[in-house]
Design a protein around this ligand. Sequence first.
Ligand SMILES: Cc1ncc(COP(=O)(O)O)c(C=O)c1O
Length: 389
Amino acid sequence: MEFEFSKRSEKIQEGIFAALDHKKTELLAAGRKVYNFSVGTPDFSPQPHIMKAMAEAAMDPENYKYALTDREELLSAMQGFYQKRFGVELEQDEIMSLYGSQEGMAHIAIALCDPGDVVLVPNPGYPVFSLGPELVGAEIETYPLYAENNFLPDFEDIPEETARKARFMIVSYPANPVCSVADDAFYERLTAFARKYQIIVLHDNAYSDIVYGGKEGKSFLSYPGAKEVGIEFYSLSKSYNMTGLRISFAVGNREIIRQFRKVRSQIDYGTSLLVQKAAVAALTGPQEAVKEQCREYERRNHALCGGLRKIGWEVPDSQGTMFVWAPLPGKYKDSSRFVMELMEKTGMIVTPGSAFGDLGEGYVRMALVHPVPVIEEAVEAVRQSGILG
Ligand SMILES: Cc1ncc(COP(=O)(O)O)c(C=O)c1O
């Protein structure tokens, strides 16, 4: 039988990641050393108290049943955490758990827009920001992020007509892949823009615990008026090294949360009770390891960017996230071609900027997922390869 699949699903591309993986297998088979800087999976372990909570929960058969709802202890752990960490007061009906922000991003548009509605997303941006709305037939309008503006949107760049039509806008700082951090004035402009044009804001706060230079990551909801215009996703994946457990939260405007909860109630049966227990341990337990981990990312950031600059590749330090956003060196213009050549000549695997939108062309993204000595080895491999000319 010949299958005909939906046009929407046909538009989804595996793209460059499949090609990178293929090439990596080839290099490994040839006995080459590979330095994989392409994946955003932390190499750190979860804290022992989180694993212990999960292990204990795993011995109780009750925890294998459908959860159906977020347990009170989870909601109150999140309330306490947002209060303590960000100074943000949340009511319990302003909180819901998700199977990770990725899943939340893939489904939120079902609650917020109809086919043909306009959604504003960043370019370059994290791919599911546009894929989620596209899956419900929304019309994607990108807003550009330029290095000259610290990769923050200039609201003047968004045409009045587009702003009037927009249903919601996805914003995310510290930003993957561009690695910039937004200042207070930006969030004030964002809330004013959203109010003026009646646009819902969805702030993805996946990296608020990985900010460099002694600054503290904040919550969008800590700015006046934010809760009236939107919600925020806060993920436990990177802060607590729980990527595989799949838990994050949507928090903020209660009407949006209510509508989204209604949609998700028909899609899932609630976040696993085992995972809820682990999340409670993470949110209520000691937080020093989160800070120490940020310091380790910062050491890696300096080792990678500083090391590359020393050998002639002008890579600016990352301001936040677990990534580095590097302009292509020297004569290179095509990020996919450069990535393949870098891999072939050095064994270093990075992600081409073009995977994040056309304005990502001319850059590559590197994940800080190796300790400093491995980073130094990779930098040395780049130097020896002569790829920098
Ligand atoms: C900006 C951003 N949002 C969301 C996610 C995914 O988070 P989660 O693991 O909660 O789905 C990532 C993961 O790389 C990310 O970079």
